[in-house]
Design a protein around this ligand. Sequence first.
Ligand code: SLL
Length: 160
Amino acid sequence: PTRLQGVSIMRPIVYGNTATLLNKDQPHPTASPDHTHEWTISVQGVNGEDISYFVKKVMFKLHDTYANSMRTVESPPFAVTETGWGEFDIAIKVFFVPDPSAAVATEGKPLQVYHHLKLHPYGPDAERIKAEGLPVSSWSYDEVIFNEPTEAMWDVLKQG
Ligand code: SLL
């Protein structure tokens, strides 16, 4: 299939985590006794929108202290919720849907990003977050650029 020469199409994504303190008086069903936080890492659209029209799967590589530290999520929401005690870097690989007009559906080059899991509040808001027991969060914005897509891939991407 011919490609749309000179055409680029950009899709924004947002990735990051939220975290809350575990309530010490209310034992969590699955957390180990040394776990202090519950957190969720996710990849989503700018306003939390569903990105599954162009994202096929997301792999999250957690710290090796976690069982099955490579987590693959093949449907939205592209998210992993866990409990733990420490912050660490999570490698995130975003795989895109295949070009519908490709003769052989090939897995394109994934987008690789890293996110530092944030559990603890620091900075100007830290005291208020602690006092009010608010969740902590850390998010990044990125733009995925598809260059010279085929007509069919363009149709997929412009759904958003
Ligand atoms: C640190 N470099 O030393 C970091 C490592 C590891 C986080 C943090 C427990 C996982 C589990 C957990 O929170 N690991 O119990 O399965 O701070």
